[in-house]
Design a protein around this ligand. Structure first.
Ligand SMILES: C[S@@+](CC[C@H](N)C(=O)[O-])C[C@H]1O[C@@H](n2cnc3c(N)ncnc32)[C@H](O)[C@@H]1O
Length: 231
């Protein structure tokens, strides 16, 4: 991986520092619903009957592991945080998955080598989203599928109010208590708030050279799953 920018370095260090508690916090703070969202991502991937899948920003590998059910014979997970990858590699059901320390904005793979590329809760951390999307497109085979799973702001006012209260107050408090890194869990709601709304992000995906871009709200819009095809 080339030299990292200060922001990227900061993101990698932040995830390095919470890697040991990440899984626990993830399941607690999402009230377990992240597993269900991942399952939907795997179902979508499975429909493409892939032989090879790349999971970008794989973190502690839960999505890459879940993707074993996609039927792919080659699963690769990349992340910029060495410590998150260390947790991933230590998981007993991670056997057979290739984990590579790499930047999603500069993927170390040849053109057109994956049937499906997935990224779960990772794209909002990218410094240059457009560059990341173009890289994911580059490594996809012709007609390959990109699946992006990301947190989103619910459209319903009441749900949005509850969501903001939860993310701005409860998540930083619990995240800080468990991981001793409240910065990381203050960063989380901030990064969700900064991420473009559904239509705008779908437009970015299209601009990066994808077609048939679809977006579906999950759990009342708490998360969104995007699917797109490489032209
Ligand atoms: C919220 S975690 C999501 C991890 C995992 N996909 C999941 O579903 O639990 C975000 C991950 O994105 C990684 N990340 C952030 N920027 C990245 C980049 N430019 N390239 C690769 N990974 C990146 C972080 O290191 C972190 O592991």
């Amino acid at each position: 991986m080339g030299s990292k920018s200060p922001k990227k370095e900061q993101v990698a260090e932040m995830f390095d520092s919470i890697s040991g508690q990440y899984d626990l916090l993830n399941h607690v703070l999402s009230l377990g619903v992240d597993r269900w969202w991942r399952r939907i991502m795997v179902q979508r991937a499975r429909r493409c009957r892939p032989q090879s899948v790349l999971d970008v920003a794989t973190g502690t590998g839960d999505s890459a592991i879940a993707l074993k059910k996609s039927g792919a014979t080659r699963i690769v997970g990349v992340d910029i945080s060495a410590q998150m990858l260390k947790v991933a590699k230590a998981k007993p059901n991670a056997a057979g998955i290739e984990f590579v320390k790499a930047d999603g904005e500069q993927l170390p793979f040849e053109d057109c080598c994956f049937d499906v590329v997935t990224i779960a809760f990772g794209i909002r951390n990218f410094e240059q989203r457009r560059q990341g999307l173009q890289e994911m497109r580059r490594v996809l085979k012709q007609n390959g599928t990109l699946i992006v799973l990301e947190l989103s702001m619910p459209a319903n006012k009441i749900l949005r109010g509850i969501y903001k209260l939860y993310f701005l107050r409860i998540v930083p408090l619990m995240g800080g208590l468990i991981s001793h890194n409240s910065y990381a869990y203050r960063y989380l709601p901030h990064s969700v708030d900064e991420f473009p709304p559904r239509k705008a992000f779908a437009g970015e995906v299209r601009e990066a050279g994808f077609e048939k871009v679809k977006a579906a709200a999950l759990s009342g819009g708490l998360a969104t799953i995007y699917e797109a095809r490489k032209k």
